[in-house]
Design a protein around this ligand. Structure first.
Ligand code: ZN
Length: 177
C-alpha cells in the first residue's frame, strides 16, 4: 500500500476540521452541579480490569494510584469544577501513519507519544483556575482514583467520554471551600 501526499494531506485536514468543531464547542471549565461517586473506582475494581494490548493486570500504578489520593467522600468542598483539555487523537494517529509509516492502530494511538504533554497542559490550566479562586482550593489530578465516576459525572454535564476516543478529553477537578 502506498500513500500519495496530496490525498493524505486532504484527508488529514478534513479530519482535523471535523474534530475541531467538537473541540471548539468544548468549554475549558464546567461548574459541576453533581459529582457522582462510585466505590468501584476507589476499591480497585476498575483499576485491575485488564486492557489491551498487554495490561493483563490493569493499571500499572495500582494500588499507589489510589493510596496516594484522598477519598472524594472525605473532602469537604462546597463547589466543584471540571477542568478540561482536549486532544485530537485521530489526527495524531494519521500523522504517525504518514511520518513513521506506522500501520498498527496501537502504535499510532499509543499514549506514550502524547499523554504526558496533554496532562502537563491540563495541570497548568487547573492550577491557573484554582489560583484565580478565593478561598482554599484542591486539585484532583486523577479524579477516578478519588472515587469519582468521571464518565457518569461528565455525561450529566453534556460531555460524553469514550474508552476509545478520536477526541480525547483529559479532566481534572478543582474544589473550592
Ligand atoms: Zn489505578
Amino acid at each position: 500500500m502506498s500513500f500519495g501526499l496530496e490525498p493524505l494531506h486532504k484527508q488529514l485536514s478534513e479530519l482535523e476540521h471535523s474534530v475541531d468543531i467538537l473541540r471548539n464547542s468544548t468549554p475549558d471549565t464546567i461548574p459541576l452541579n453533581e459529582v457522582i461517586y462510585d466505590r468501584r473506582a476507589r476499591d480497585g475494581t476498575w483499576c485491575t480490569l485488564p486492557y489491551p494490548p498487554n495490561h493483563e493486570n490493569g493499571c500499572k500504578e495500582y494500588p499507589d494510584c489510589i493510596n496516594q489520593r484522598p477519598d472524594f467522600r472525605d473532602l469537604n468542598y462546597s463547589k466543584w469544577w471540571a477542568i478540561i483539555e482536549t486532544y485530537d487523537l485521530r489526527s495524531h494517529a494519521l500523522r504517525m501513519l504518514f511520518k513513521h509509516k506506522w500501520t498498527s492502530r496501537w502504535m499510532q494511538r499509543n499514549r506514550r507519544h502524547w499523554q504526558k504533554q496533554v496532562i502537563a497542559k491540563l495541570k497548568k490550566k487547573a492550577e491557573a483556575f484554582a489560583a484565580g479562586k478565593l478561598g482554599q482550593t484542591i486539585i484532583l489530578d486523577v479524579p477516578e482514583a478519588c472515587g469519582v465516576n468521571l464518565f457518569a459525572t461528565m455525561a450529566k454535564h453534556g460531555i460524553y467520554l469514550r474508552t476509545d476516543p478520536d477526541l480525547v478529553y483529559k479532566i481534572m477537578l478543582v474544589g473550592v471551600k
